[in-house]
Design a protein around this ligand. Structure first.
Ligand SMILES: Nc1ncnc2c1ncn2[C@@H]1O[C@H](COP(=O)(O)OP(=O)(O)OP(=O)(O)O)[C@@H](O)[C@H]1O
Length: 631
């Protein structure tokens, strides 16, 4: 059944990515009202102090990363600072020539050229993000710095909750407009973080502010330090490495599932949420990530030299380039060194181990040609499964590398606790995360489908009974609705290893109507194993009924007005972009076919998400260090 809304989708802005400023950070805290001049001036000073610059200038000096004991290797998709001049390969290419290298993709391939370096953004003086960061947050200690931003703790003035804020000093071109690379980089990071939404493996972006001098990204605070610090410690238990690699692989699989290639997988871009030994790991820094569907090719070099895949150097790569980088990190975690050996690689590995430095040309030769060492210690004592895992990631033939989702099924990543036949309750956290990654349209469509199943008497089946049991356990006053605090209580019961901030995230994303409570249909939409209904005799009928419920005037089309009503109710939408975002979501790969759209909702594997079962049964001990002072 192809619905006419396809025409509406293509007529809308669905085909072009929206400007970051137009993308709402829903459902988030509302941004503060624009600040007064005095406050603005105060914020101006704060940002300058952080950035070490003197405000908007025609040609601002680039910020220098803070000195660290061991300086992690730089990422080379950033625009090179003027001093010293970077090597030729590190420069953004000049404006695209009339015939770019991959203008004619090889037969059967789709070239993906929308990249940070592509030209085309109009000169702008500001993004249109909210102002008033200084009205809402106090800036506290510095956490770190990168080429683009300085990261501080930001404390919410009212709740005293602690966040991380990345302040990215504005870079101006000579005519007072923002440098185009800066614009693309900021928009890219904001767009991708918004698109990824809430996932326990990705550092969450709460809101974005800007003033005359800075753009401020308010993010989840990761107070447990970088994975990099563990890598520096060298080898440790294989079990430790396995746990960390599994979390990274989940982050990668979730991003790939959302058509995002990370492109800069390295230990510095993963941080521990807190300081506990069991702390979750979160991916940070999506500055050079790129939208890319499976099978699409990207033709711009980006990444950090020692983690970069061979095909990235050849400027023709797909999502599997991330798998190579993951393999290098896994190798480092297991052995404390790089894999390159022999004539083309040993020197690079030695230099790197001694000084964390290397010559890029040598590194590129090693990436392309060096032998990969899987013989020297500690490989003799590591498991065969670990070796097979890393070898499969570091296959130079990218077509032979497993996908991220396949990697999660690799025997090395299996954990007895996770592959056991866990009772339904144990996967609640996984299901909530999966639901959080669905867009609003998907969530509403699943609710309609659930309604349609209930009308068919489906609630009598075992799966619904299980869901009902858990729902009723949470619903203490038996009013048919679970309040936020009831859900949070259940999630914090000690069964799950979640921080208060994560509990808040999971609860918020379930309440699609922002009513403060969760009803039965929202619960089922999030929890159900929809796949178990597919292929049944009644499946087509169920889908038709769900569609009919979403199309009240029965004209066979879900119009924009009907969609607005479905998504936002009587009071209209909180965010101006809600309907457009839903249309974009539907347009991503479904071409207006509602059945296909529903079915694609339901094939996400729960193994992509962490179960977060508390191992000692005592629950999270991270309440004090999770980034929330208020809890
Ligand atoms: N959410 C966070 N919580 C705690 N610390 C963080 C967080 N995000 C970043 N940091 C710290 O700030 C540093 C710089 O952040 P980030 O890498 O995002 O900046 P960047 O300018 O985009 O970096 P790059 O040079 O890779 O482009 C990190 O290395 C880390 O130490």
């Amino acid at each position: 059944m192809v619905q006419r809304c396809e025409a509406r989708w293509s007529a809308s802005s669905a085909s072009s990515r929206p400007a970051a400023a137009a993308v709402p950070l829903a459902p988030r805290r509302a941004a503060a009202a624009p600040s007064g001049g005095r406050r603005q001036a105060q914020r101006f000073r704060q940002c300058c102090a952080a950035a070490g610059s003197s405000g908007p200038a025609a040609d601002p000096a680039p910020q220098q990363p803070q000195q660290q004991a061991v300086k992690p290797p730089p990422s080379f998709a950033q625009p090179p600072p003027p001093q010293p001049p970077p090597p030729a390969w590190a420069q953004p290419p000049p404006p695209r020539p009339a015939t770019p290298q991959f203008a004619q993709p090889p037969p059967g391939r789709t070239s993906h050229t929308a990249d940070l370096y592509s030209s085309g953004s109009h000169p702008i003086r500001s993004f249109g993000f909210a102002s008033g960061f200084g009205d809402k947050y106090d800036l506290a200690e510095q956490l770190g710095s990168g080429t683009f931003g300085i990261v501080h703790v930001a404390v919410h003035k009212e709740t005293r909750e602690r966040f991380a804020v990345k302040s990215m000093p504005k870079r101006f071109a000579g005519d007072g407009t923002l440098e185009s690379y800066y614009v693309r980089r900021v928009r890219n990071e904001v767009d991708i973080c918004n698109h990824l939404g809430r996932s326990l493996n990705v550092c969450y972006l709460y809101e974005v502010f800007e003033d005359d001098t800075c753009v401020d990204l308010v993010m989840e605070l990761c107070s447990g330090g970088q994975l990099w610090d563990k890598v520096k410690l060298g080898s440790y238990s294989e079990k430790d490495a396995q746990r960390l690699v599994r979390e990274m692989a989940r982050a990668v699989a979730q991003c790939h599932g959302m058509d995002v290639m990370l492109r800069d997988i390295k230990p510095e871009n993963f941080m521990f949420l807190d300081k506990s030994p069991e702390s979750p790991l979160k991916a940070i820094d999506f500055g050079i990530s790129v939208f890319c569907k499976p099978g699409q090719y990207v033709d711009v070099r980006a990444g950090t030299p020692i983690y970069i895949a061979p095909e990235v150097l050849r400027m023709n790569y797909t999502l599997s380039a991330d798998i190579w980088s993951l393999g290098i990190v896994a190798y480092q975690l297991l052995t404390g060194r790089l894999p390159f050996s022999g004539e083309d690689g040993q020197e690079v590995s030695d230099e790197y181990m001694a000084k964390q430095q290397y010559n890029n040309k040598d590194v590129f030769r090693a990436v392309l040609k060096a032998e990969l060492d899987f013989e020297s210690p500690p490989w003799d004592i590591l498991s065969a499964a670990a070796r097979d895992f890393v070898q499969s990631c570091l296959n130079r033939d990218e077509k032979k590398r497993p996908t991220a989702e396949q990697l999660l099924q690799h025997p090395w990543l299996q954990d007895e606790a996770e592959i056991s036949d866990a009772p339904f309750d144990d996967t609640i956290v996984q299901r909530l995360q999966r639901y959080g990654l669905y867009g609003r349209f998907r969530q509403v469509a699943l609710k309609a489908l659930m309604q349609s199943i209930a009308e068919q008497g489906g609630e009598s089946i075992q799966q619904f009974r299980d869901m009902r049991r858990v729902f009723e356990q949470m619903d203490r006053n038996a009013d048919g609705r679970v309040t936020y605090s009831e859900l949070k209580e259940a999630l914090q019961s000690g069964q799950f290893n979640l921080s208060p901030a994560e509990v808040e995230q999971l609860a918020e994303q379930l309440d699609s109507q922002h009513s403060g409570t969760i009803d039965w249909s929202e619960w089922v939409a999030a929890m159900a194993d929809w796949r178990s209904f597919q292929g049944t005799r009644d499946w087509d009928v169920l889908i038709k009924r769900a569609f009919a419920a979403m199309d009240p005037n029965g004209d066979g089309v879900i119009s924009a007005e009907e969609l607005e009503q479905l998504l936002c109710g009587e009071d209209g939408c909180e965010f101006p972009d809600t309907v457009e975002a839903a249309l974009r979501e539907a347009d991503r790969d479904h071409d207006g076919d509602f059945k296909e759209f529903i079915e694609s909702n339901t094939d996400d594997s729960l193994s992509l998400f962490e179960a977060r079962i508390s191992r000692d049964g005592s629950g999270s001990d991270s309440s004090g260090s999770s980034g929330s002072e208020s809890s």
